[in-house]
Design a protein around this ligand. Structure first.
Ligand SMILES: Nc1ncnc2c1ncn2[C@@H]1O[C@H](COP(=O)(O)OP(=O)(O)OP(=O)(O)O)[C@@H](O)[C@H]1O
Length: 266
């Protein structure tokens, strides 16, 4: 089934069923995330958005089905170029994960380290660069997210929005081609949330990253998303996949249209 529309997929979920023990969270998930998508994982509370993210970042194994990563996002793609993440050898999995940056909901910065030190940490761990090169790179990453000059600040000395951006700078430390963001605008005021959306769009446009974002903020979904999957808590499966800006108008599923219009439809 190598149709043209799936030809530049960077991640694929195939018949994925997710469960905690006997408790099935979602079943039969099949969708593609394409290179340079801003792909939104959406759905009501407790439907399994964060659980799905965990399957992509190596924290949780599928009950059944597969998570496939393209072996090299820069190349033309054939079916044989996909790696079944959970069947791959540990070393292969680690290499795949080094292509991925993650921004956790809390931001997860080390409070006892400055912003530059927070970003230098993964760079020092995974590269052989000198201390001064690492420091220089950390400054560059902070500049990328609009935090030039804040190298020596501690997380407690900056605002929530700035902490999110610093978390993004750290997620970018190893120059990932895929970024996973868990509720990036949670806890931010509307203006800071909007600025973070703008930054996310810039990162995609300037760095060519693919972004996978868990969010239920409607403004963000429409502002940044060009592709999505909708997980339904009731039927425990996906209802649809596609551009949320189209789904809000044309989805055949009332549940999806109602979610995207906050129930204001009709
Ligand atoms: N470690 C766990 N063990 C058992 N059940 C879990 C675990 N983590 C989550 N669950 C359950 O799995 C379901 C999906 O949880 P998940 O956090 O993925 O949903 P979510 O869509 O991200 O929720 P929210 O929008 O509220 O953050 C929920 O019923 C939750 O209680």
């Amino acid at each position: 089934m190598a149709d043209k529309s799936s030809s530049n997929s960077i991640i694929k979920a195939e018949d994925l069923t997710m469960a905690y023990g006997d408790f099935v969270v979602q079943k039969d998930l099949t969708f593609d995330i394409k290179s340079q998508d801003i792909f939104i994982i959406m759905g009501g509370s407790g439907c399994g958005k964060s659980t799905l993210l965990k399957h992509f970042i190596g924290l949780k194994q599928p009950a059944t089905g597969r998570v496939l990563f393209h072996s090299d996002s820069q190349q033309n793609q054939r079916e044989s170029d996909y790696i079944d993440f959970w069947q791959a050898e540990e070393s292969r999995r680690q290499r795949l994960m080094q292509r991925c940056g993650v921004l956790y909901q809390s931001g997860a910065l080390w409070s006892s380290m400055t912003l530059a030190e927070n970003i230098a940490l993964p760079i020092g761990e995974y590269t052989d660069l000198s201390e001064s090169d690492i420091r220089h790179l950390a400054s560059l990453k902070l500049a990328l997210v609009g935090l030039k000059g804040f190298e020596d600040y501690y997380p407690s000395e900056i605002s929530g929005g700035m902490r999110k951006r610093a978390g993004l700078a750290r997620a970018l430390a190893l120059e990932p081609d895929i970024l996973f963001l868990d509720e990036p605008s949670a806890g931010l005021d509307p203006i800071s949330a909007r600025l973070l959306d703008d930054l996310i769009l810039q990162l995609r446009d300037n760095l060519g990253c693919t972004l996978v974002v868990v969010t239920h903020e409607l403004a963000s979904i429409f502002a940044i998303g060009n592709n999505s999957v909708f997980l339904d808590a009731e039927t425990k499966t996906m209802l649809t996949t596609g551009d949320p800006n189209e789904l809000v108008k044309h989805s055949e599923h009332e549940t999806v249209r109602r979610f995207l219009t906050r129930g204001a439809e009709e």
